[in-house]
Design a protein. Sequence first.
Length: 272
Amino acid sequence: MTFSIVGRDGDAYGVAVASKFLAVGAAVPAAVAGVGAVATQAYANLTYRGDGLALLRGGERVAPVVAALTAADEGRDQRQLGVVGPDAGATFTGPGCSDWAGGRAGADYAVQGNILLGEDVVDEVEQSWLSTAGQPLADRLRAALVAGDAAGGDKRGRQSAALLVARPGAGYGGDDTEVDLRSDEHPTPVAELGRMLELHRLYFGEADEAELLPLEGAVADETRRLLAGLGYDDPDLEQALDDWAGSANFEERLRPGRLDPVVLEQLRLGRR
């Protein structure tokens, strides 16, 4: 009922998944920065997530992790599992999974799917992953999901999708969760996930230090005028900017004495 990919980029690990299933992101993906990622699906055994990551954290290699999880599970014939760790990726499809079901794996990824329109779905997911080497992990995972969706995806239809990426210190406030987005119920969940990823980058993306504008002169005058038009007219310009950013969720892009051009553009758009 699902297709997914787990992938690695250095110490970053992630999962992308789509399914004709409500809120698939609540069941399938798990990832820990510097440790690994797990996708559990078909008749998903959610204990695979914590148990698998614990084994990886303890230094176990991927193939023995898959073997240990499935050997201990009497329902393994109806399970699918994808795991990626520091050494490799591996995938498992039980013989009782509904057609079409299968997977692909390589040095830094594993792809798996069941109840698919055909083998082309996992083939396209894999080819997308291989062809996007060098791009940010979130982009590679999301592109792989798009490729699988375009190839037909879940043969029952579309309902939800999710993207999870864990990278050391890359999340909000220094957390390791770089991206955690879920389109839980939507007619085109993979496309919706892409829209959400763009918003995530808008709000939480890194300001380019080379492009920051000194908050003085004409830039300061325009910023003050735009803020006043939005109801933020504190005579202390940086305080007014802080107040607006706290309301509009752009506080991660603020820098003392300088202005991110992305912030200036949002002010010009009247973002509240």
